[in-house]
Ligand binder design. Structure first.
Ligand code: UDP
Length: 236
């Protein structure tokens, strides 16, 4: 196994599947199966899931909602996704814990670093909900920060694109994919991997990132075994 402890970042939008809003049950089941594969291999799994399928803070301003209020709404949206994922994983036979960046005691534990590490050591899948708990951040930043805090080996960013390209492959057909790329080069070429806060956290703490297509069955487990899937971003 190449990675012993991973932080898997899933976007809320990915959970939407082909729908326009909310959670696609088929997609939820697919993700559960993919996560189970790596969990069965003995990998310690922490997960951060976004909330873009339900609410995004930046959209709020257009509807007359204050930005900060909108961000809190976004954080609660991530928690809804996290609860759905937790339930699906448990139905799949895995032990899980949901830890929140905002205290919601009746629903989940607050994030406590040492406790999170203990859960992982015991083989429980830990989902970090409600982001960092502060407005003006994203779930990518949450993924980077929590990965550093729990000493994960890597952030695996599961998206619908299979890696980092020279240009946006959905707009430019001549775009080519990088197998590996350094933090420095991503920065210099202004490539879109994560927002800058998240990206800088990874770079400064030598935390590698892999961007990969989560919607291809087997990708996650192959990646963890050490196969070259997606794009690896590292210090090199
Ligand atoms: N958010 C926040 N602080 C955090 C994490 C998230 O304010 O630490 C809010 C922010 O408004 C963001 C929303 O939650 O737009 C949903 O998260 P994100 O957009 O990162 O989800 P994704 O794009 O991955 O679905």
């Amino acid at each position: 196994m190449k990675y012993k402890r991973i932080l898997l970042k899933l976007s809320g939008e990915a959970l939407m599947g082909d729908k326009n809003y909310g959670i696609d049950p088929t997609r939820l089941q697919q993700y559960t199966q993919e996560i189970k594969k790596v969990h069965d291999m003995g990998v310690e799994v922490a997960i951060v899931i976004g909330g873009g399928n339900i609410f995004r803070g930046v959209q709020a301003e257009k509807s007359g909602i204050d930005r900060v209020q909108g961000d809190y709404m976004g954080m609660l949206a991530t928690l809804i996704n996290a609860m759905a994922l937790q339930s699906a994983l448990e139905q799949g036979g895995m032990y899980t814990r949901l830890m929140s960046g905002i205290k919601i005691e009746s629903v989940c534990e607050p994030f406590i670093r040492r406790r999170a590490i203990r859960h992982l050591e015991k083989g429980r899948i830990v989902i970090f909900g409600a982001g960092i708990g502060n407005p003006y951040f994203t779930t990518d930043s949450t993924a980077a920060l929590r990965a550093i805090e729990v000493e994960a080996d890597i952030v695996l960013k599961g998206t619908r694109v299979d890696g980092v390209y020279t240009a946006d492959p959905e707009k430019d057909p001549t775009a080519t994919k990088y197998k590996t790329i350094s933090f420095q080069e991503v920065y210099e070429k202004n490539l879109n991997v994560m927002d800058m806060t998240a990206f800088t956290l990874c770079q400064e703490n030598n935390l590698p990132i892999v961007v990969f297509d989560m919607n291809v069955a087997g990708n996650l487990s192959e990646l963890v075994k050490g196969e070259e899937i997606g794009t690896l971003i590292n210090s090199f």
